[in-house]
Design a protein. Structure first.
Length: 213
């Protein structure tokens, strides 16, 4: 940069503003359109349309979830996972946070009829969806037959993976009421039990479905 260029730059800056501050401010202004569509988007806490695209956030947005047959209204930031919303906002702690990376299945819930890892689904993606958690199956003193089968077949030890297995098993039996032993194994292959109670789990599910473990 020549001395003339430097002097031209100084004349373009407001008085009392250092060159470093000027450059920082210019860079920040350039990033605004990239971070949510400008100042209006930054202040928005509800969903809106921008260039024909549905935009959420960056603050909490109002969402509706049908959880265990009941419509629940929540406010969640776009980055919030379904697992966080279920556990922290709705008090449904049956889905467990174990691996938190979509590999163990301890957080399995049923979303619109299919089993999913709640730790890997954003709450905004479940907006308007129907969700079933282990709490919706039964309760102490009024167990769901599948839950009772897990107890009868010693299909749990530490219990961290059990809710996920029960929910995954229900999703399997909803699709296939009479699975074979191989179908049970494949249907539950996305859930891990570190205690190694697979034999009891297979017996519980096969017994409810009428297959052979």
């Amino acid at each position: 940069m020549t001395d003339d260029d430097q002097r031209d730059g100084d004349r373009q800056r407001p008085a009392g503003l250092s060159r470093r501050s000027f450059l920082r401010g210019t860079a920040a202004a350039g990033l605004v359109p990239l971070l949510g569509g400008g100042a209006a988007a930054a202040e928005s806490t509800t969903a809106h349309s921008e260039h024909g695209v549905r935009v959420y956030g960056p603050g909490p947005v109002a969402l509706k979830l049908k959880v265990n047959g009941e419509v629940r209204e929540v406010a969640a930031e776009p980055r919030t996972t379904l697992l966080d919303t279920l556990r922290d906002d709705l008090g449904l702690t049956g889905a467990k946070r174990v691996c938190d990376r979509g590999t163990c299945g301890a957080c399995t819930v049923i979303l619109d009829g299919r089993p999913v890892y709640a730790c890997s689904i954003l709450t905004v993606a479940a907006h308007g969806g129907e969700i079933e958690t282990v709490e919706g199956l039964g309760a102490a003193g009024a167990l769901h037959p599948l839950q009772a089968a897990f107890v009868a077949n010693d299909a749990q030890q530490c219990g961290f993976c059990t809710p996920g297995f029960v929910v995954a098993a229900k999703a399997l039996l909803d699709r296939n009421p009479s699975p074979s032993a191989e179908e049970v194994t494949v249907g539950l292959s996305g859930n891990f039990c570190r205690c190694g109670t697979y034999a009891g789990i297979r017996r519980a599910v096969a017994g409810k479905g009428g297959g052979d473990a």
